[in-house]
Design a protein around this ligand. Structure first.
Ligand SMILES: Nc1ncnc2c1ncn2[C@@H]1O[C@H](COP(=O)(O)OP(=O)(O)O)[C@@H](O)[C@H]1O
Ligand SMILES: [Mg+2]
Length: 501
């Protein structure tokens, strides 16, 4: 059903039907009008001949004789002349020897002439009135059909012109058959041509349809090859540009949609993180507050009576208050760093000097803990960064190293060049490795690998997230790796030679 409704089939059917109609029409015209047309031509010929003859008679009898012979020989005509009373004066059907046109016509006595006389059942007056009278007759003797014409010659004679019409009928038959034959061939060739034409015309439309179809499935990879400048070419061009535009818009939409989804996901994560953060903060503050509350109440109720115990109570309260103060400081620091308002204060300074200052401050604590700290760099190394923040990072790393040190109790601080403009600062401490799974997470706020241990040294889990925030503000990298016998934390610094301007 779909096949028959296709444009190609329709076009083919229409062209073929048109050709068939024309062929049938011409066959119909042939069969209906060929014979009358032929007859009218024949009649005109009769009239023309008779006009020629009447120009020659009377007066030029000899030329007339010649003309009649010519007509007889050339066209197979019979020419006969009668007088007013229908008596035969001359007839080409009688032997040539007797053919003399009598002038004036004597009473008829030639027996041969008598025989040849045609039964003339039209009157002289009727012929005179009509001018020409035609009549189809059949010669039984010869079995031939004739077209006879009677007209007036020289006012008082009747001219009979008779030409056979069988050959004409034959020709008509042949013509009809030939027309039939050419008609069939025309239809066959015509339908093949119609097929080719319809294919040629519908091929680009079929192609365009396929392109539009794939466009509806959001496939814009197919393009129409424009080869003509006609309406189809123009349609192809507009479909191509439509496809391009749609492709662009849909790609944009998809991108926007993807971005939106990512934004929503990010928002959701941020929200989640905020909730976790708040719950972490309150959880972390709850413990020291309840400790302080408990010990303060104990003191108030005089639970302990000796000085040593009282001192112990006071120390716990002071200690917990200090921890809380530290915690709040770190929290404020972090929230300041993470707020959009925070600006890094860049300056040029000697990192070696800074490290040495910090080590000096830690001297007592290191000795107390029997830690062997090494820093072998002696030369001045200028960096371009926020000095206070870098100091904060080093202190954080060093504190962590002291808090997690183990085995041979070694800490090593070192500097190394990372390409022309970067310097890597590393803090190594001997001790156990951080589980691989936690290497990423320790940079999140409040994340602690071992909660009990962290609590023991009074950690909050905020130090590394502060390091991370500072480095991100600097646009520099940071990291940690487990190496032989311990862990190594590092940051990257901009060398001052590059960024001093
Ligand atoms: N040098 C280190 N060796 C082993 N673990 C470490 C080291 N430094 C940090 N960590 C782990 O990373 C966690 C997060 O560190 P940090 O953010 O500085 O918090 P805090 O020091 O308050 O515990 C620590 O709780 C600890 O589990
Ligand atoms: Mg820390």
């Amino acid at each position: 059903m779909k096949y028959f409704s296709s444009l190609r089939i329709k076009l083919f059917a229409w062209i073929t039907a048109l050709i068939l109609t024309f062929v049938l029409f011409s066959l119909f015209m042939n069969s209906q009008f060929l014979k009358p047309y032929y007859m009218s031509i024949q009649k005109n010929q009769h009239i023309e001949i008779s006009n020629n003859l009447s120009e020659l008679y009377p007066g030029k009898e000899e030329e007339l004789q010649l003309e009649i012979e010519r007509i007889e020989r050339l066209g197979g005509y019979r020419v006969a002349i009668f007088d007013k009373n229908k008596r035969l004066l001359f007839d080409t059907t009688i032997s040539t020897a007797d053919r003399t046109l009598r002038q004036p016509p004597p009473p008829h006595d030639n027996p041969q002439l008598m025989n040849a006389q045609t039964p003339l059942n039209v009157s002289f007056d009727a012929i005179k009135n009509e001018g020409y009278i035609f009549h189809e007759s059949h010669d039984h003797r010869l079995n031939i059909n004739f077209l006879e014409m009677y007209t007036i010659l020289d006012d008082d004679k009747i001219l009979l012109l008779s030409g056979q019409i069988d050959s004409m009928k034959n020709s008509i038959e042949i013509t009809k058959r030939f027309f039939m034959f050419t008609g069939i061939i025309t239809v066959i060739i015509g339908s093949i041509a119609a097929m080719l034409i319809s294919r040629k015309f519908t091929k680009p439309i079929t192609e365009l349809k396929a392109i539009a179809m794939s466009m509806s499935h959001l496939d814009f990879s197919h393009k129409y090859q424009v080869t003509s400048e006609d309406e189809i070419g123009e349609l192809g061009t507009s479909i191509n540009s439509l496809s391009n535009q749609l492709n662009r818009s849909i790609t944009d939409l998809r991108k926007a949609n993807k971005k939106l989804k990512q934004d929503i996901e990010k928002e959701r994560k941020i929200d989640q993180m905020r909730k976790e953060f708040v719950s972490n903060v309150s959880h972390e503050l709850k413990t020291p507050i309840s400790l302080i509350q408990g010990y303060a109440e104990g003191l108030k109720l005089n639970i302990v009576d000796n000085e040593t115990d009282k001192n112990y109570y006071c120390e716990v309260i002071i200690d917990e208050a200090l921890k809380m103060e530290n915690h709040v400081k770190e929290l404020l620091d972090l929230s300041q760093l993470e707020s959009g308002l925070f600006r890094i204060e860049y300056s040029k300074f000697d990192i070696t000097e800074l490290i040495k200052e910090i080590i000096t401050k830690y001297d007592r604590r290191l000795k107390e803990n029997k830690i062997n700290l090494t820093y072998s760099e002696a030369s001045t190394i200028m960096v371009f960064a926020d000095k206070i923040r870098i100091e904060q990072i080093i202190i954080n790393y060093l504190n962590n190293a002291i808090n997690h040190i183990d085995k041979e109790k070694k800490i090593d601080i070192s500097l190394s060049a990372m390409g022309p403009n970067r310097i890597k600062l590393s803090v190594f401490n001997s001790g156990s490795h951080i589980p691989e799974n936690d290497l990423e997470k320790i940079w999140d706020s409040y994340y602690k690998v071992d909660k009990a241990r962290t609590r023991a040294y009074g950690g909050t889990g905020l130090g590394l997230s502060i390091v991370k925030a500072i480095q991100e503000k600097h646009g520099s990298k940071y990291g940690v790796k487990n190496i032989e016998d311990g862990v190594l934390f590092w940051i990257e610094l901009k060398s001052a030679s590059e960024s001093s301007q």
